[in-house]
Design a binder for this molecule. Structure first.
Ligand code: SDN
Length: 142
């Protein structure tokens, strides 16, 4: 557990990073979302599916995943909570965070479609935080 008081500034910074990143995803700004990953990043979000690799690969993968919503207008919201940061001696930050995925279709109420645990490795590139790795574990699967 990180010492109290040492993590406050970082906590706010990562929180803001996630807010910008996930609002880009939910707004369908997939290129902006992909830009929050390093060039050599890996991203795994669905069991049995090969992780996407590189920023360009992540963008392609997200475009493919979102094609399935083409005939199903809905607003998805990925809500991050219980963010737990573990700064490493090499300067990277391990972050474990819960994600709730909600969806709302026109005229209907919101539905909770998934709960997940997100395992991130964040790195600083030219001073800015980026995701070097993201692995999303979906609850309810073996
Ligand atoms: O970026 C995320 C994701 C995500 O991109 C997901 C995708 O499909 C593309 C951050 C945190 C959580 C997630 C969760 C998912 C779920 C995944 C599979 C699905 O919705 O069927």
């Amino acid at each position: 557990m990180a010492a109290r008081g040492t993590i406050d500034g970082l906590y706010a910074e990562v929180s803001q990073f996630y807010a910008e990143q996930m609002q880009a995803l939910d707004a369908g700004k997939f290129a902006a979302y992909a830009e929050t990953f390093t060039d050599d990043a890996t991203f795994s979000h669905t069991p049995g599916r090969e992780p996407a690799r590189t920023r360009a690969g992540i963008l392609q993968d997200l475009l493919a995943v979102n094609e399935r919503f083409a005939d199903d207008p809905q607003q998805r919201r990925h809500m991050f909570t219980m963010m737990n940061l573990d700064p490493q001696s090499d300067g990277t930050i391990r972050s474990t965070v819960y994600a709730l995925v909600l969806t709302t279709r026109p005229g209907a109420g919101p539905e909770l479609v998934r709960t997940c645990v997100v395992h991130d490795v964040l790195a600083r590139v030219d001073g800015a935080l980026l995701n070097r790795a993201r692995r999303v574990e979906l609850d309810g699967l073996d």
